[in-house]
Design a protein around this ligand. Structure first.
Ligand SMILES: Nc1ncnc2c1ncn2[C@@H]1O[C@H](COP(=O)(O)OP(=O)(O)OP(=O)(O)O)[C@@H](O)[C@H]1O
Length: 452
């Protein structure tokens, strides 16, 4: 049986033989002699299961114990307690609310081991479920760094409002993904999400593409055609590169935003359309307004809820997770044996400044999966030069090396935490803590559940 982390909060007179028996049964026991120590350990380490050993003779600890148990997250509690403690309503309450199970003291080590295993399985299930929920809420956006957390929070907030949203950010940074997230979280989620790249449609066609046309409205209009805004009725219309919209169409869009009606080209009557507008631009629209290229009134109408998607170089902590996510997707598609990054490849990814943002990262990984001759991707496969060893200080170098070593090892051993910890020469608990620090996802399942 592999070793499992167990926090043992010993507030009783449990003998070392019980702890010894649990260690022999495969538990990696970390003992806390009092609640303050337990709180300290919980703050720094993650325990799947926690065991409370408590005697009736202890002075009243109710409030402290309650706080300690409540503060613990992602752990299943098991108690071994003197039966007399059950007379205390507060203790009984705590057991009933927060504990997986309890055994009367003195506990038989074998029975306790079995109970702890059950609690362990339940904790794993809960974690997996929790992670899926978290990823489900992540709008299909990979990344756990502070910038992404902020972006998700903004998406969540604006989604519940019906006002227009203006998304700024460099090309390839994920503006469309953010728009999809807003739609999916809004009350319009069951309606259509229609994405239009205003810069990609010929100026001759864009009017009728967006607003539709009547039969005979212009040469070649042999039948009536409803436009993309109408198609978004009940849902969201995402207008990408809104800065490229010709000025006369800006006027029609402004009218739509004000009156919620559109007029097809060649039509005499207008049609009511209920579609939320989410627009995006990689150019600074305020500047375009100043230069007379964008209508000021439209700018203010659109800019009710502004969101900025940060460039990838400002959230480099997400690069390893994104790279691995794209690698799984591309390798699966291509059916190759490529399944990880060499240390220097990861270092090269972290040294690059990503002018093309996430799209560039995706493309480089896609290329690498095709180019790699070996199981691990090298810097050259990514079209990047191995970075020079100028790390900007020893601390940064140590941090980067630590992150690389963990990512590469996890990839190589198929995300098996026990084997990776052994190879890296640390305990599983230390590895979990380091993964947390570097925002490295735990399992292949987690990544796969990120797939759209
Ligand atoms: N956080 C992310 N997680 C996973 N994939 C992402 C993320 N951000 C962007 N991508 C992917 O990167 C690519 C570019 O994203 P997207 O099209 O949303 O960028 P954009 O800012 O709208 O680009 P443009 O301005 O060129 O239209 C897409 O394939 C998208 O799925």
């Amino acid at each position: 049986m592999s070793s499992r982390s167990l926090l043992c909060v010993n507030l009783g007179s449990a003998t070392s033989s019980l702890i010894g028996a649990l260690s022999r049964a495969g538990w990696e026991v970390v003992e806390a002699g009092d609640l303050a120590e337990a709180a300290r350990l919980q703050a720094h380490l993650s325990f799947t299961v926690s065991l409370l050993l408590i005697d009736a003779g202890r002075p009243a600890l109710d409030a402290e114990l309650d706080a300690c148990v409540r503060a613990s997250r992602g752990t299943e509690w098991v108690a071994v307690c003197d039966g007399r403690l059950l007379d205390s309503p507060v203790f009984r309450d705590l057991l009933l609310s927060f504990f997986f199970c309890y055994l009367p003291a003195p506990a038989d080590p074998q029975a306790l081991d079995l109970l702890l295993r059950h609690a362990y399985q339940l904790a794993l299930l809960r974690r997996q479920h929790g992670r899926k929920e978290l990823l489900g809420e992540s709008e299909g956006m990979v990344g756990q760094g502070p910038a992404m957390q902020r972006l998700r929070e903004q998406i969540r907030k604006v989604a519940s409002n019906g006002a227009p949203v203006l998304i700024g950010g460099e090309s390839g940074s994920g503006k469309e993904l953010a728009a999809q997230g807003i739609h999916r979280r809004s009350r319009r989620a069951a309606g259509p999400f229609i994405a239009v790249n205003c810069g990609a449609i010929s100026p001759l066609l864009i009017h009728s593409e967006l607003f539709g046309h009547e039969r005979g409205a212009f040469t070649g209009a042999s039948s009536q055609h409803s436009g993309l805004i109408e198609a978004a009725h009940g849902g969201t219309i995402f207008l990408d590169e809104i800065g490229d919209l010709p000025l006369e169409l800006q006027t029609s869009l402004l009218r739509f935003l004000q009156e919620k009606t559109i007029t097809r080209v060649g039509a005499v009557r207008s049609i009511a359309v209920d579609a939320r507008v989410v627009a995006a631009s990689h150019v600074d629209l305020a500047e375009a307004v100043a230069k007379g290229r964008f209508r000021e009134d439209l700018y203010y109408r659109l800019n009710v809820l502004p969101i900025e998607v940060p460039p990838l170089r400002d959230r480099m902590e997400d690069v390893p997770m994104l790279a691995e996510y794209f690698l799984r997707g591309c390798a699966h598609e291509a059916g190759t044996r490529v399944d990880g990054f060499r240390r220097q490849a990861m270092a090269a990814l972290l040294a690059h400044d990503w002018p093309g943002n996430v799209r560039e990262l995706h493309n480089r990984v896609r290329r690498a999966v095709v180019m790699a001759d070996q199981r691990l991707i090298g810097a050259a496969d990514l079209g990047l030069a191995p970075p020079e060893r100028a790390w900007g200080g020893l601390d940064a170098a140590r941090t980067a090396a630590e992150r690389d070593a963990i990512s590469v090892t996890l990839s190589r051993v198929g995300r098996n935490i026990t084997i990776a910890a052994r190879e890296l020469g640390v305990s599983r608990m230390t590895l979990y803590r380091l993964m947390d620090k570097h925002h490295i996802v735990e399992s292949r399942d987690a990544r796969e559940s990120l797939s759209p």
